[in-house]
Design a protein around this ligand. Structure first.
Ligand code: ADP
Ligand code: MG
Length: 392
């Protein structure tokens, strides 16, 4: 049975925050929680979770482990998530014991692309045309509806462009179709029209139990190989477009009845049309620069929303930029940390991951500057400096 959230009294410093998931987002949430005097208990199936280093206690067990669920419920005063692929059923049961923010319904609606599209459609929120592809047999009909170019995405557990096949027609049509058929046969998928992107923006929005909302200045994202590469804030677009993006973020949070913090990944088309791509009901990689750039960073803001504290000011102290550090950087040996840190104003964040597999998010650089172009130039220069080292 669903448990609707009720505002209740705020959870004050000293309370214990339960975090489902143990990645870098949980680690940075844990750092914020510790700074404000909260306890942190992490529940994750991961072997070597980055968040464990900042947790008072880490429960290492699968999300369907009943004993772990009981131990977690006993140990915490509220539950939140650091990624959406956790058990929504467990969240629903936990909500009988403690506030769960975001709630199970929000996690359910955002962890499955089919459910997410159904939510967007029902809420009248703009998104690329899409149809569910429940099995291999449904692909041809879906292609007839959506047309080309299109992108087939797995419904669950996709990230960083994994589990996606693009269908463009032309010379590679047969190869693309074979790959799409294989993906469709592997489990439920969604077929989306591939839309011509002018730009990708992130809108990060927090919503408190009493309905108070706060949005961040809009972030501009550049991807490389489908993985977020560089984020710049504020987005270098007309203020009118930024305001429309923020308003869209608020509409999403309200339609979801979100309590917590979410990132609305937004597509901008050439004519200025905004489309919701996907919703992450937790802090987002594009928001890491809020640690330096904003009055309140996204992790503290999540904590404030989860605890029912007043939301923090989101204003920019200055323009900023963030560059991701993927495992690839380690391929030629240890990156040149000293070379990068010699650059004035460059901030290094590492997530404490032991093995640097190519494509794995190991850390990020961030920088502030009066103009966003200069902040971007500094994080790019920092990453170049890291690459120049590594000759082992
Ligand atoms: N319908 C689409 N039209 C154009 N580009 C798309 C579309 N869907 C995804 N992309 C591109 O692929 C990236 C990853 O897709 P996304 O759905 O956000 O998956 P992930 O879960 O891997 O982040 C997007 O940020 C965007 O650059
Ligand atoms: Mg995405």
């Amino acid at each position: 049975m669903p448990h609707p959230d009720t505002p209740g009294p705020a959870l004050l410093p000293g309370a214990v925050i339960g975090v489902m998931g143990g990645g870098q987002l949980g680690r940075m949430l844990g750092q914020a929680a510790r700074r404000l005097g909260y306890g942190v208990v992490v529940w994750t199936p991961e072997d070597d979770p980055p968040a464990a280093a900042v947790a008072d206690r880490t429960i290492r067990a699968p999300f369907d482990d009943a004993a772990a669920e009981l131990a977690f419920a006993d140990a915490v005063d509220a539950v939140t998530v650091e990624f959406e692929n956790v058990s929504a059923d467990a969240l629903e049961r936990l909500a009988a014991r403690v506030p769960v923010r975001p709630g199970a319904a929000v996690v359910r609606a955002t962890q499955h692309r089919g459910a997410e599209k159904a939510f967007l459609r029902a809420a009248g929120l703009p998104h690329a045309p899409s149809v569910a592809v429940d099995d291999g047999a449904a692909l041809a009909g879906a292609l007839a509806t959506i047309g080309l170019p299109a992108v087939l995405k797995t419904a669950g557990f996709g990230y960083d462009g994994k589990g996606q096949v693009r269908l463009r027609g032309g010379a590679d049509a047969a190869v693309d179709l074979a790959a799409a058929e294989a993906l469709a046969q592997s489990g439920p998928c969604v077929l989306e029209a591939l839309v011509p992107l002018a730009l990708e923006l992130s809108v990060i929005v927090a919503r408190a139990p009493n309905g108070e909302v706060a949005t961040y200045p809009v972030f501009e994202n550049a991807h490389a190989d489908h993985v977020l590469d560089v984020t710049v804030v504020p987005a270098r677009v007309a203020s009118e477009l930024r305001e429309r993006a923020q308003a869209l973020g608020v509409r999403v949070a309200e339609a979801l009845d979100l309590v917590g913090l979410a990132c609305v990944e937004t597509f901008v088309l050439a004519d200025g049309t905004l489309l919701v791509n996907e919703i992450a009901p937790r802090p987002h990689n594009s928001g890491h620069v809020t640690i330096e750039a904003c009055e309140t960073d996204q992790f503290e803001q999540q904590l404030r929303a989860v605890c029912g504290l007043p939301l923090g000011a989101t204003a920019l102290r200055s323009s900023g930029a963030m560059a991701n550090l993927l495992g690839d950087l380690w391929q030629r040996g240890t990156p040149d940390w000293e070379g990068a840190l010699a650059l004035p104003g460059l901030h290094l964040h590492l997530y404490g991951k032991r093995s640097a597999r190519p494509g794995r998010k190991m850390g990020n650089l961030s920088a502030l500057a009066e103009h966003p172009d200069d902040a971007e130039a500094l994080v790019r220069a920092g990453r170049d400096a890291l690459r120049r080292g590594g000759t082992a």
